[in-house]
Each structure stands twice: as C-alpha cells, then as structure tokens.
Design a protein around this ligand. Structure first.
Ligand code: DC
Length: 225
C-alpha cells in the first residue's frame, strides 16, 4: 500500500507520516530529504541554482537512497548525509533547487523506484509536495495536511527553541510565508492538493488525532482490499 501525504512547510505532515508508518509497520520516505541532499551537493560544488548550472552540478555528485530501519536515508557520493540536512542554508537552497525542471526530472525516478519497491511490501508512507499529484498518482490513499500560517509558525518556533535556536515569531512566519510562495507559485510541480486527496486541517488537532485519522482510513482501505 502506498500512502501519499502532501502539504506546506511546518504543517506537521512529516511527524504525522512518521507516526502512521511506525504504527502500520510501513517504510517512511520524506522526499524533501532528497531535495535537501541535492541542495547540499549544489552548495558543495559552489554553483548557482540555475537550470544550466544544475545540469553541470548534477553530474558532479551521485545521489542514492537506501532504507535503514524502515526510514529512507540519502547518500551523496556514498556518504549518508541524512542527519545533516536541516540547516537554514540548505533549507533555502532546497526550495530553489526544487523549482528546477532538470532536478525534478532526475529525482522523479529515484522517488518512484523507492516508493513502488516498498509500497508492495511492507507498505510505504511518502511525504512531500507532489507525492499525490505527480510522483504517486496511483497511491492507494492520499492526504493533504495543512494549517494556518500562524499555527505553523508557532509550531516551527517551538521546534527551533527546543534545539536551542533563538528566533522571533515574526521572522519564522516570514520565512514560512516565503517558502509557501516559492513552493506554490513555481511553474513545475507546484504544491497543490490532489483532487482525490483527503484534506486534513490541523489547527485544532493534536499529532495523535492526525495519526489516528489517517490510520482509520488505512484500516478501512485494508479491509476493502
Ligand atoms: O519538506 P522539506 O521542507 O524538507 O522540503 C525541502 C524543499 O524541497 C521545500 O522547499 C519543498 C521542496 N520539495 C518539493 O518541491 N517536492 C517534494 N516532493 C518535497 C520537497
């Protein structure tokens, strides 16, 4: 079974997806990590994020994905970089490289291959911006998780404080709004809800509520298979 979960930055989709995958015994794939790994590769090669540079840059490093304890890990030139991908610099660069046609084309096969392989057995939860619309239009279940900008900024602020990073509410809100714009307004594979995705608004929900809601759909789907 393939469960596709999309949504904007800081909507809680990754935590929800991880919880669903753990409860169902499924593999978890966060496609954002692959874009982040490519961003790291770009930063290392020192090239700007334009279509022409991207073509050159993509030839200079190798991106691979593996499955470690039911979580997708990303490797650059054979080195597992999964734990290094959440710096503000990579976050900014990832949003830029994700708007490039050549990058999306190259990463499509990597994501589709990994998802289909584990979707068959034991099942997989895939998370991103275009999982239900482009990469896995054939997913068995699709969800679009969202929350208001203010709630997302508040959640991100708490996460940042937990890792000792001091930021103001205003700057976090501004950064998320800018990423929303970049991810939704790009020409190629913009963030949008698939027509057949279930919309989950999380402003008033807890993480446990979100996980339970999706698991309810999974159970229903398994019974009808
Ligand atoms: O989910 P994230 O913040 O880790 O994603 C990093 C960037 O990659 C973000 O700007 C959106 C982009 N992305 C994308 O365009 N398509 C995906 N399937 C996943 C992420």
């Amino acid at each position: 079974m393939i469960i596709a979960i999309d949504g904007p930055a800081a909507s809680g989709k990754s935590s929800t997806a991880r919880g669903v995958a753990a409860a169902a015994g499924f593999v978890y794939m966060d496609s954002g990590l692959i874009y982040r790994a490519v961003a790291l590769g770009f930063l290392k090669t020192g090239l700007q994020s334009t279509e022409d540079d991207a073509e050159i840059s993509l030839r200079r490093f190798q991106v691979e994905v593996t499955c470690v304890e039911r979580h997708m890990h990303v490797h650059i030139d054979g080195v597992d970089v999964t734990a290094e991908l959440h710096t503000p610099q990579i976050t900014e660069m990832a949003s830029q490289v994700a708007a490039l046609k050549i990058v999306r084309k190259r990463l499509f096969g990597l994501q589709r291959g990994f998802g289909d392989r584990y979707g068959a057995d034991p099942g997989i939860v895939v998370v991103g911006r275009d999982m239900g619309t482009i990469v896995f239009p054939h997913a068995d279940l699709k969800f679009f998780i969202t929350a208001s900008l203010e709630v997302r900024a508040q959640r991100r602020l708490i996460e940042l404080h937990q890792v000792g990073e001091a930021s103001s509410f205003e700057s976090v809100l501004g950064a998320i709004a800018a990423r929303d714009r970049q991810d939704s307004e790009r020409k190629i594979a913009p963030l949008k809800k698939a027509l057949d995705a279930v919309l989950i608004e999380t402003d008033k929900l807890t993480l446990a509520d979100q996980i339970d809601m999706i698991l309810g759909h999974v159970l229903e789907q398994s019974n009808s298979m």
